[in-house]
Design a protein around this ligand. Structure first.
Ligand SMILES: *Cc1c(COP(=O)(O)O)cnc(C)c1O
Length: 445
């Protein structure tokens, strides 16, 4: 149908004005009068169109996107299959509310989620609008199904910005500060963070479990909620064995294991889900970000006996599983399969990791290079220590931006640079972006 992609967007990074350019600056003036100051933007260039891994701004600059809008457009910008699916659906109907009159796309996305998430047990799903909303609903379901209240979360965790998910999120600034009071019955325990704690997965799990058992009591715990690779918290990959040990403990004590795969899921780590790398089978999986190629959609998928324990009408929302968003998700999943983006994510990860490790030999501020698949980060430190170097991260992001590259920082201490390129980025584009990142890192050290 519509599948004309905008061929006016080039395939190369090209900076033609100062950044931000004059048109972006003018829009920024207007924005400051119109948009709440509570929303800030890392790089205020205003985007007009995009294709693949390139964003084109209103001043005609072509920007290389190494962030995918925070792990969302994994299949790339302006994918023809997605444009077709969304356009066709918009013309057919845009909304009925699934709780009023249903439609096929919602059912099909749930079928895909049930099939793709780990484990062959019977599963059902429910769809929502945002990652935070999915996490909230996973917690609601776990509490109802277990009749227990306590939720265990981890240091450095990020689960969202709504009231319940603020409580689940670890970092105060900017997410929580003065926004309380927060929801009760949330307990935080230590995360496995190999670079900083030096513990094996078994040791780190034993420590977390000991804290849960002494401070909460296993029989009070409804759910253990964890990001299998932490996102905003710094791309922390727990030591091998940590997730399996926690999973075994939850099974033994009737605790619901919720994997928050909102950032790590859907090809990002080189598998459909990050838990697959260690064969962990969660009871509930939350998904969003990469799921629908940029349309707002989130999922909660879990064991049928948990998901179906909820009373009739207990779950829902006006827009959840919107037909346009579900059409986008089906096109996204199809694209991931057809373009073998699992494999591509692993290849990208190998290239990025090799490049950052080589850089680490040259500069004293890279303490650690870590991640899985196309979810790779470097942790910046004060030379000769493991102390966080947030100033370097900031300088690197700014340098990259000035060169027309979007790079994102993360980490509880703000000292981690994370790479989340669209999985369709070309080898040439990636090499170009890594070159700029290397220059930025050398300049900052
Ligand atoms: C982004 C994110 C969320 C929140 O998703 P929103 O759509 O921003 O509400 C929750 N968990 C993780 C792991 C995330 O990365």
């Amino acid at each position: 149908m519509v599948s004309s992609i905008d061929s006016s967007v080039g395939t190369e990074r090209k900076v033609v004005t100062e950044l931000p350019g004059p048109k972006s600056r003018a829009l920024h003036e207007r924005r400051q009068a119109a948009v709440s100051a509570g929303l800030t933007t890392g790089f205020p260039i205003y985007i007009e169109r995009a294709h693949g891994a390139i964003l084109q701004d209103v001043d005609g600059n072509q920007i290389l996107d190494l962030g995918s809008g925070i792990a969302v457009v994994s299949i790339g910008h302006a994918v023809p299959e997605l444009i077709d699916a969304v356009s066709t659906q918009v013309a057919a109907f845009t909304h009925t509310c699934f709780m009023v009159t249903p439609y096929q796309g919602y059912v099909e996305v749930c079928e895909e989620l049930n099939a793709l998430t780990p484990g062959t047990h019977a599963k059902t799903s429910a769809l929502f609008n945002s990652g935070s909303e999915a996490v909230e609903n996973a917690v609601k379901i776990a509490r109802l199904a277990t009749g227990r209240q306590a939720i265990v979360v981890f240091d450095h965790a990020y689960h969202g910005r709504t009231n319940l998910t603020m409580a689940l999120t670890a970092k105060n600034m900017p997410y929580k500060d003065r926004f309380g009071p927060f929801a009760p019955e949330i307990y935080r325990v230590p995360m496995s963070y190999p670079f900083l704690d030096g513990r094996t997965g078994a040791e780190a799990a034993a420590l977390a479990i000991q804290e849960i058992e002494t401070q909460v009591g296993a029989h009070n715990v409804a759910a253990l909620l964890i990001e299998p690779v932490q996102g905003e918290g710094g791309f922390v990959v727990p030591a091998e064995g940590f997730l399996p040990a926690l999973s075994q403990w939850t099974t033994k004590h009737g605790v619901v294991f919720i994997a928050d795969e909102i950032q790590s899921g859907f090809c990002r780590t080189g598998d459909w889900f990050a838990v697959n790398h260690e064969g962990v089978i969660p009871d509930i999986v939350t998904t969003a970000k990469g799921l629908a190629g940029g349309m707002p959609l989130a999922g909660v998928t879990g064991r049928a006996e948990l998901m179906n324990a909820v009373h009739e009408g207990g779950l829902g929302g006006t827009y959840g599983g919107n037909p346009v968003a579900t059409a986008a998700a089906l096109a996204t999943i199809k694209t991931m399969r057809e373009r073998n983006l699992l494999q591509r994510a692993r290849e990208l990860g190998d290239v990025i990791t090799a490049s950052l490790r080589a850089l680490q030999e040259d500069v004293a501020i890279i303490g650690d290079v870590r991640g899985r698949g196309a979810m790779i980060a470097m942790e910046l430190v004060m030379p000769g220590t493991k102390l966080p170097n947030a100033a370097a991260a900031k300088a690197i992001v700014q340098y990259c931006n000035q060169q027309g590259v979007i790079a994102l920082s993360c980490g509880t201490a703000g000292n981690v640079i994370r790479l989340l390129p669209p999985l369709v980025i070309t080898d040439e584009q990636l090499a170009d972006g890594l070159g700029v990142l290397a220059d930025a890192t050398r300049a900052a050290s």
